[in-house]
Design a protein around this ligand. Structure first.
Ligand SMILES: C[S@@+](CC[C@H](N)C(=O)[O-])C[C@H]1O[C@@H](n2cnc3c(N)ncnc32)[C@H](O)[C@@H]1O
Length: 337
C-alpha cells in the first residue's frame, strides 16, 4: 500500500528519523526501506513534516507486530513457560483448548502446550499432564511433548515434566543457596532431581554427591552434568538417600534437603552424613503461625548434643497455599568438643 514518506541519503537517515519523531509524524506501522542509495522513511501525515523534507508516496511494507495469545483471546491468559513448553493452569477444558490454540497461533516459541492434570504426588513428586497442543518439527520429532530444556543462571537442564519433579519458580532460591558455596566443599544433595542445585554447586568448584530415588531424574542429572561440563565433579546415585549413609557418613560440609513435605523424616540421615561442621539447607512447608519452629525442633532433636546447632537464616521462599509457607532454614551444625 502506498503511504506518505520522505526520501533522504542513508547518512542523513538517523538524524531525519529523529526529527520526524520529534515532530510526531514518524510512522511506526511501516518499515523504513533502503533502495538505490536512498532511504524512504514513512510518515503518518504530510502535514506537520518539517519543511526541510519533501514528501512523496511510496509502497512501503507494513511492520509486523508480535502476535501474543492475548491478541486473539481478548484476555490475558495465565501462562508459565519452561523452555519451549507452555504451561496453562485451567480447570475448564474448553477454555484450556482455546488458550492452547491461541498460544500455537501466536509468536511464542512454543513446541507444546500442557495443562496440569493432577497435583504433585507420590514419593517422586511428579504430576500428570494433559498435552493440549503439540508442534512437531524435524528437530524435535522424537522428543516427548513434555520434555524441554530450561535455562537458569547460565546453566541448562534437560528434563521431562511427566517423569521428574521440576519447578522454575525456585530459581532465585537456588541461586541464594548456591551463592554460599565455596570451591572444594563437599556438597551432598539428598533429593537432587535433575540437578538444579547439584550442577551449579559443582560449577562453583564443589565436590558433589547427588542422590534421588527417581532413576529417570538421575539419568537426566547425569546428562545435565555433561551438558554443563561438570560430570567429573558429580557422583550421581539413584536410590533412597538413607542407603548412602554407610558410604558417606561424616562426609558433607553442606547438605541440601529439598523435600519439603517430609524432610523431618530425614534429619537423622542428615546428621549421619554431616561432617565436623556442616550447613544444612532444610526446606519445609508449614502454617504461617510458626513456619520455622517445627523444622528447628526436628533438627535440634536429631543433632544435639553431638552437634551445636546454630540457625543462620530463616527464609520464606514463597507462599504455598492460604496460610501455608514454603520456607528454608540454613542451619549450621558444629560437632561438640
Ligand atoms: C521436591 S523434589 C526436589 C528436586 C530438586 N532438588 C529440585 O529442586 O528440582 C524432591 C525429590 O526427592 C526425591 N526423593 C523422594 N524421596 C527420596 C528418598 N527417600 N531418597 C532420595 N530421593 C528422594 C524425589 O524423587 C524428588 O525428585
Amino acid at each position: 500500500m502506498e503511504v506518505p514518506c520522505i526520501a533522504v541519503l542513508p547518512e542523513d537517515g538517523e538524524e531525519s528519523r529523529q526529527l520526524l519523531a520529534e515532530a510526531g509524524v514518524l510512522d511506526d506501522d511501516h518499515q523504513i526501506v533502503a533502495e538505490d542509495d536512498t532511504l524512504y522513511i514513512p510518515v503518518t501525515t504530510v502535514d506537520g513534516v518539517p519543511d526541510r523534507f519533501e514528501t512523496q508516496f511510496r509502497d512501503l511494507p507494513a511492520r509486523r507486530t508480535v502476535q501474543t495469545p492475548a491478541d486473539s483471546l481478548g484476555y490475558e491468559p495465565s501462562l508459565e513457560r519452561l523452555g519451549d513448553v507452555v504451561i496453562v493452569d485451567e480447570d475448564d477444558p474448553n477454555r484450556a483448548a482455546e488458550i492452547a490454540e491461541a498460544v500455537m497461533e501466536s509468536d511464542l516459541p512454543a513446541r507444546s502446550v500442557l495443562n496440569r492434570a493432577s497435583k504433585i504426588k507420590g514419593e517422586l513428586r511428579v504430576r500428570d499432564w494433559e498435552v493440549l497442543a503439540e508442534r512437531e518439527t524435524d528437530e524435535t520429532v522424537d522428543r516427548s511433548p513434555t520434555e524441554t530444556v530450561h535455562r537458569e543462571y547460565g546453566h541448562e537442564f534437560l528434563l521431562d515434566l511427566a517423569a521428574v519433579y521440576f519447578s522454575p519458580r525456585l530459581a532465585t532460591e537456588r541461586h541464594r543457596v548456591i551463592d554460599q558455596i565455596e570451591a572444594g566443599e563437599h556438597v551432598l544433595d539428598m533429593f537432587a532431581g535433575v540437578g538444579p542445585f547439584a550442577i551449579p554447586a559443582a560449577s562453583r568448584g564443589a565436590e558433589v554427591v547427588a542422590v534421588d530415588l527417581n532413576e529417570t531424574a538421575i539419568d537426566y542429572l547425569q546428562e545435565n552434568a555433561r551438558r554443563n561440563g561438570v560430570n567429573e565433579s558429580i557422583t550421581a546415585i539413584s536410590g533412597d538417600v538413607r542407603a548412602v549413609v554407610d558410604d558417606y557418613r561424616g562426609w558433607a560440609d553442606r547438605l541440601v534437603m529439598n523435600l519439603p513435605h517430609s524432610a523431618d523424616e530425614f534429619v537423622e540421615t542428615a546428621v549421619d552424613l554431616a561432617g565436623e561442621e556442616c550447613v544444612i539447607h532444610y526446606y519445609d512447608i508449614q502454617h504461617d503461625s510458626d513456619p520455622f519452629g517445627p523444622g528447628i525442633e526436628a533438627i535440634r532433636a536429631a543433632a544435639e548434643p553431638t552437634y551445636e546447632v546454630t540457625v543462620e537464616t530463616e527464609h520464606v521462599v514463597k507462599s504455598y497455599a492460604p496460610h501455608e509457607l514454603n520456607v528454608c532454614l540454613d542451619v549450621r551444625l558444629t560437632r561438640s568438643a
